[in-house]
Design a protein around this ligand. Structure first.
Ligand SMILES: C[S@@+](CC[C@H](N)C(=O)[O-])C[C@H]1O[C@@H](n2cnc3c(N)ncnc32)[C@H](O)[C@@H]1O
Length: 189
């Protein structure tokens, strides 16, 4: 059996996938290179749809190319911030919303998610998921903006009403090189 705890992004996605079934609607809030988009698109199948957001044209081009390579056509690519999620997807309809925070791998590091917009985006995501749905956040605190963002996200998440949400947080406590951390939030049915 593979050692999933050492591969945080895969761990984040593998738990997320247990909340998704064929035909569902899901959101990739930060599509970047499109890796997560492909996994989500396969999970919902041809009857389902993925709404994939990113503010960078380059991310859209990379995602579009990856989708084409994999023959995937059930993805709506939206070149807007994830804070506009509610304009595109009805409230309480998505099985999952996935955020992979930070900057585009190999891209411009100054274009990154930020504390304020991320917390606003997470509020939108909680409105967008259906009861029983999940919001998954992969966070990186190895850069200044990311450390500030993580602190704001955790403070926000800790204060969520326990009667409406369950929140789980995973950190590789003894690892010194800032591996990604995971936050999961589920809306009670
Ligand atoms: C770590 S990357 C995502 C990686 C992606 N999940 C993948 O599989 O390649 C973070 C992305 O968030 C995007 N981003 C930054 N601020 C955003 C915002 N407000 N709304 C949507 N995307 C944003 C960046 O442009 C960047 O492509």
């Amino acid at each position: 059996m593979s050692n999933l705890i050492t591969r945080t992004t895969e761990l984040a996605m593998s738990v997320t996938l247990t909340y998704i079934k064929p035909g569902d609607t899901v959101v990739d809030a930060t599509c970047g290179t499109g890796q997560d988009t492909v996994v989500l698109a396969r999970a919902v199948g041809s009857e389902g749809s993925v709404y994939a957001f990113d503010i960078q044209r380059n991310a859209h081009l990379l995602t579009e190319a990856r989708l084409k390579t994999h023959g995937i056509s059930n993805v709506h690519l939206i070149m807007k911030s994830f804070v506009s999620m509610s304009e595109h997807i009805p409230e309480r309809s998505a099985a999952a919303v996935v955020f992979n925070l930070g900057y585009l791998p190999g891209g411009d590091h100054s274009i990154t998610t930020t504390a304020d917009t991320t917390v606003e985006g997470l509020e939108c995501a909680l409105r967008t998921i259906r009861p029983g749905g999940i919001v998954t956040v992969v966070m990186y605190d190895g850069h200044n903006e990311g450390a500030e963002e993580k602190a704001s996200v955790l403070e926000w998440a800790e204060a969520l009403d326990q009667r409406r949400y369950h929140v789980a947080y995973v950190s590789l406590l003894n690892q010194k090189n800032h591996p990604p951390e995971i936050l999961w939030i589920t809306k009670k049915a």
